[in-house]
Design a protein around this ligand. Structure first.
Ligand code: NAD
Length: 346
């Protein structure tokens, strides 16, 4: 039986922990804000060492979703969920049914989607217990995996950043180092390859790396060295925290622009460290909003044409970078201010 515990956490509207020992289920949902609308955000499945680690991740991810929706001009709030477990080993039908039950306890305040470790087919099972799910398979009435839309948004934002730094949007011949070639990274790699970029890649899964070598003649970098590649663009597309006091001194890219959420380990200090090194960072939640936009347009608005919405990312990236240059503040600081202004003036 599902047991639900409420946690009181300053700055968050609702945080619930769900456990069902008969299903080996242990998950947390964090709703950061529903000020602009119901919160929409993915479920991440990851083998967190304990609940505290999962809680820390879900709180950061949920906060980023509030900012992502606000800066993208969507009438949605920010929320996120994590399931503590290994997606390669621990997925069961009962686990996802329990996830559906937990979502249902929030009565639509949190609308689920996929994040790392989750597939549309998993969301099909979740949707047997709750209708507050987006991104399930077409067969189940959903709009499927939004990762391609995310990658298209990242590409659009990268072009805006290139225009800013190199004076041209053109990606032909640009060297891009991608960390993590999962669903976002893989789609991004394909798009960059089509644009004529030269790719360096790494992933924890050797099969993905081999596929990238074959498909894009990508160069493979040892794990934990991808940030040191002398590239035009470093594109983090794995999990968070890759930009930190240890890695920033070794970065050799002109631009950091990737799909991963929460790229800075320390959001107070690290954006300034990067700026001091004269490396341009495109804030992750501005750049990777394509998936959220896709789900909003297709499943909340019930419209089909997502592309013009995704192109807006280019305009937002330009606004953020221009203000950052003018004010001599890191792009993340400027983007945070722009996002919170939208919340304040709502
Ligand atoms: P995914 O699980 O499909 O891919 C992540 C990949 O990163 C995996 O292949 C994994 O093996 C690899 N990886 C993990 N740690 C690594 C490391 N240290 N070095 C190299 N590779 C590593 O997940 P995804 O859906 O592609 O999401 C990737 C990132 O993008 C996450 O941070 C997610 O929150 C963010 N994001 C995803 C979407 C989306 O539409 N899927 C939308 C917005 C943001």
């Amino acid at each position: 039986m599902l047991k639900v515990k409420q946690l009181k956490i300053k700055g968050f509207e609702t945080v619930v922990v769900g456990k069902d020992s008969s299903a080996d289920f242990h998950a947390i949902i964090a709703v950061h804000s529903t000020q602009l609308g119901p919160s929409l955000g993915g479920i991440r499945m990851w083998p967190y060492r304990n609940e505290t680690e999962g809680l820390q991740d879900v709180l950061r991810l949920a906060t980023a979703m509030t900012k992502k929706a606000a800066i993208s001009g969507l009438p949605m709030g920010g929320g996120k969920a994590v399931i503590i477990g290994d997606p390669a080993k621990d997925k069961t039908r009962n686990l996802f049914l329990s996830m559906g039950e937990l979502i249902e306890t929030l009565h639509g305040k949190y609308i689920a989607a996929k994040d790392s470790g989750i597939l549309p087919e998993d969301l099909d099972i979740v949707s047997e217990k709750t209708r507050h799910v987006t991104g399930s398979t077409n067969k189940q009435g959903g709009s499927g995996d939004p990762s391609l839309a995310t990658a298209k948004g990242v590409l659009a934002g990268m072009q805006a950043a290139c225009k800013f730094v190199f004076g041209t949007k053109c990606l032909k011949g640009r060297v891009v180092a991608i960390q993590g070639i999962g669903q976002v990274g893989w789609n991004l790699g394909n798009l960059l390859f089509q644009q004529g970029a030269k790719l360096f890649v790494v992933d924890l899964q050797p099969s993905r790396v081999k596929q990238a070598q074959r498909s894009w003649t990508a160069s493979v970098v040892p794990l934990f060295e991808i940030h040191q590649v002398p590239a035009d663009i470093f594109a983090p597309c794995a999990l968070g925290g890759i930009l930190n006091a240890d890695t920033i001194p070794h970065l050799r890219a002109n631009i950091v622009a990737g799909g991963a959420n929460n790229q800075f380990l320390d959001e107070e200090q690290d954006p300034f460290r990067l700026m001091k090194r004269n490396i341009l960072h495109v804030p992750d939640y501005v750049l990777n909003a394509g998936g959220l936009i896709h789900l909003f347009v297709r499943e909340i608005l019930h419209q089909r044409r997502v592309a013009p919405w995704i192109l807006n990312i280019q305009r937002t990236v330009h606004q953020v970078l221009a203000a950052s240059l003018q004010e001599q503040l890191p792009p993340l600081v400027v983007a945070n201010r722009m996002a919170f202004q939208k919340l304040e003036f709502h």
